[in-house]
Ligand binder design. Structure first.
Ligand code: FES
Length: 114
């Protein structure tokens, strides 16, 4: 395990339940749910272009087409919403986004990422 320190104070989560940080060169959604911290890839599995930064309960919601992912497991909980009259060749969203172990160390978060 290689825990990388994220220079984000846990105090940030007094005002929000989620934030995007760059860890090991990739956007990672850091969130807090029921007192625990979670880290998940922040790029939507549908078209790969949207940064997930909004979390409702334990679900990250893609701003583009509303696909949802459970931040505790990375599993997709709702498909992208595409207008049926518009053909979309990308309507097969990834079912799971990668999640990473997170720990708190002296008031800062650390994420175990390669
Ligand atoms: S890019 Fe996220 S649902 Fe389409």
């Amino acid at each position: 395990m290689v825990y990388r320190k994220v220079t984000i104070s846990t105090k940030v989560f007094e005002n929000t339940n989620a934030i995007v940080a760059w860890v090991s060169g990739r956007p990672v959604l850091l969130s807090k749910y029921e007192g625990k911290y979670y880290a998940m890839d922040a790029v939507c599995g549908h078209m790969g272009c949207a940064i997930l930064d909004k979390v409702e309960g334990k679900e990250a919601v893609c701003p583009a087409h509303r696909a949802r992912y459970d931040v505790t497991t990375g599993k997709k909980t709702a498909d992208a919403v595409i207008r049926p009259e518009v053909k979309c060749e990308y309507n097969e969203a990834s079912d799971t986004l990668k999640v990473y172990p997170v720990r708190e160390n002296n008031g800062f978060l650390e994420v175990d990422m390669p």
